[in-house]
Structures are given as C-alpha cells and as structure tokens.
Design a protein around this ligand. Structure first.
Ligand code: CA
Length: 392
C-alpha cells in the first residue's frame, strides 16, 4: 500500500485536515474540486459521528441545589457529580454548583431549572408536591420501597419513565442521583409506646410522613434546619426526624432529646434527584447526554454507599460515646401508622389522574418486589440478626 493510501485509510480525513488537502495541490482544477468536495463531505460525516471531538464545543452550565453549603453527601455529592461530569467529558461540560440560597432560594430550584434560569439542579421530588401531587412517589413514600426497591423501580420497573412523564410538562428531565437508605424514625423527648402518644405531639416531620402524623393527632411543625435543635431543646418541639445517624449526630440532637427511634418508616429509602432543563439536556450531543446519565447513576450508588458507611460509624458513636437511648417503634404502633399511611396515599392519588397512575404503578411494583424481598433480603437479615449487637 502506498503511504498516502495508508494514511487515508488509517486516519479520518478530518484529522488530516489541511495536510490532506495540500497533497491535492498538484491535481487539475476539476479533479481538485471533486476531491475537496469529497473531503469536506467526509469531514461533515466525521463531525456527525463525534461532533464535540472535532468542534471541541464546551458547555458552561450552572446548577442550583436545595441543600445547605457543605452538607455531607447531599451537597458534597452534587459537587462530586459536577466534578465527575467534567472529568468524564474531558472538560466539555463545566458545571458550576451553587448551594441553596447562593443563587436562588433552595425551594426555587425546580422553577429555576424549569424556566431555564439554570441548566440543572439537585434536590428531592417531594419538595415539588405543590407543583403536582404525582411527584411524591419519586422521593419517599411512607412504608414504601427501600433504596434497593426504588432503584429497581426506576431503572428496571418503569419508574423513571413515569417520573420523566410527570416532569415533562415542566420542561424538566429527572435522574436519580442519590439515596439516603432507610432513615431514622426521629428524636423524641418522651417514650413512644402506643399510637396515642402521637396525640398532641409537636413534631418536625415534612412530606407524606407529616400527613400520617397529623392523621394520628400530632401537630406537624415545619422549621428550617438551623432552627430545629433550639426548638427541640426548649420543648417548642416534642420530636423531630432528620436523616440518619451521620447527619443527626452532626446536628447534635442527642443533646436535646433522649430517645432515638427506628426505623424511619416515613422515609425508607429517600431518592435524591438531579434535574436538567429539557432544552439544555436535549441540546447536548448524545455522548454528553450519556455522560450525564452515567455519572448520575454512579453518584446514586456512591451516595447510598456513603450513607451506609457513614451511618454505621455514626450509630456506633451515638451508642457508645453519647449513650443514646436507641429504641424501636412498637409493632402495634407501626401497624396503626401503616393503616394511616395507606389512607394518606389514597387521598393523594385521588387528587389527579397522573398521581393515580403513578401510585398504582408503584403499589403494583412494591407488591412484586416485596414478596421477593421477604424471601431474600428480609430472610437473610433475620438469619444474621443475632450476630449484630445494638449495644456496640
Ligand atoms: Ca428526613
């Protein structure tokens, strides 16, 4: 093979660029224009196949979140997401991350992404219940799916397709970006023995869980994170839930309320989201869309791993160092709360046809994986349960 033919076969013409064209200098005019046209065509085809490699187009994006600055895993995970996208794309997407309040108020995240003020955001779907009730099944459902179940629903059970359908009218594209795992039931100033103990109880608990507590006679108080500790310490609040041991330890709640209850029936596997403005997402070449999707999925796994590891270590510290009174909610109380949760979910599902569609799909999927979970994860945990000691 002649050298010129070899080069032409081994390298795309677009990469050879001017050098390829220079070799045509000695040809006749007609032949030259034909060959230049062929090269230009090849260049165009090459651009189609790998546009950003050829054009080196870069995207400068902004991201807002619902999280306070430096909040472990939630805000730091979002910053990690941006960094990983930059690395995976070779610097073709640069996302500047703003914590809650730095660019827009935390709960304006969805609107800012929806109207294109920013290209992307991070939060949790239950914050947007005021937009449309159907969003509430995509973050935390009382007595709903755990992290493993939620991921199975999103990736392999049609959940993400439904989520996309719910966000589409708002020009927003969702992806799971994290999961807290099972949260804790909360910090209580008194022992909780029966469902009647919720009567008149002032508790900070947001979302659907709050509606269940209200159904049990409790008073739901919503406070910004920074005001919870003092309110609990002074008795303005009788109880609060937050996240899990890692984040709860950081808030110092053990100094304000002696009883730490489990499990977090109200948030059994809260999904965190990354959301993209639809137009911005669709304007990207396919390879960059794939990078965003892949890094979101990677961050989802990373986040759950951080929660599992961090919660395990923090729980040990709460038990051994701070002598926290760790207690399980009584089974009868769980049965009562579960009945109330069922009513709350039905009520929300009746609010509009999309909410009904999502609720029914979620319920059906949960029933399927629930039976499997009973003979797999649940049975296994029961087998090894006596090997663990909550006393450290
Ligand atoms: Ca929570």
């Amino acid at each position: 093979m002649k050298r010129r033919e070899f080069i032409k076969k081994s390298w795309p013409a677009a990469v050879l660029g001017a050098a390829g064209i220079a070799t045509l200098a000695g040809c006749g005019k007609e032949e030259e224009s034909t060959q230049v046209a062929a090269l230009k065509k090849e260049l165009e085809e090459c651009k189609q196949k790998a546009p950003a490699v050829i054009t080196k187009k870069t995207y400068e994006w902004k991201m807002v979140t619902t999280w306070p600055p430096n909040l472990p895993v939630l805000q730091t995970g979002t910053e990690r997401f941006a960094q990983r996208v930059k690395e995976a794309s070779g610097g073709r997407i640069n996302i500047q991350v703003f914590a809650g309040g730095e660019l827009v108020p935390p709960l304006n995240t969805f609107d800012a992404v929806s109207d294109g003020t920013v290209e992307c955001g991070s939060g949790a779907a239950y914050y947007w219940a005021g937009k449309t009730p159907a969003v509430q099944w995509f973050s935390a459902v009382p007595f709903g799916l755990n992290a493993q179940g939620n991921n199975a629903w999103f990736y392999s059970g049609g959940g993400l397709k439904l989520w996309e359908e719910v966000y589409a009218p708002f020009n927003v594209v969702p992806r799971p970006q994290g999961n807290t795992g099972v949260q804790m039931g909360g910090w209580f100033r008194k022992e909780m023995n029966t469902i009647k103990d919720f009567d008149g109880l002032k508790m900070r608990i947001p979302g659907l869980g709050g509606k269940v507590i209200a159904g049990a006679g409790g008073t739901v108080v919503l406070l910004p994170g920074g005001e919870i500790f003092t309110s609990l310490e002074r008795g303005v609040l009788d109880a609060t839930e937050w996240v899990g041991p890692m984040h709860d330890l950081r808030m110092g709640f053990y100094k304000a309320a002696p009883y730490y209850y489990y499990p977090g029936w109200h948030e059994p596997g809260t999904t965190l989201e990354v959301i993209f403005n639809k137009k911005a997402y669709e304007s990207l070449p396919k390879d960059l869309q794939a990078i965003l999707d892949a890094v979101a999925m990677e961050t989802n796994l990373w986040s759950l791993s951080e929660f599992e590891a961090g919660n395990g270590a923090a729980l040990q510290e709460l038990i051994t160092k701070h002598k926290v009174n760790l207690k399980q909610f009584p089974a009868d109380m769980m049965d009562e709360l579960r009945k109330l949760a069922k009513d709350v979910l039905e009520e929300e599902a009746n609010k509009d046809p999309m909410a009904r569609k999502v609720h029914d799909a979620f319920k059906k999927f949960k029933a399927q994986v629930g039976v499997w979970g009973t003979v797999s994860e649940n049975a296994y945990y029961n087998v090894i349960a006596d090997k663990f000691s909550l006393k450290g």
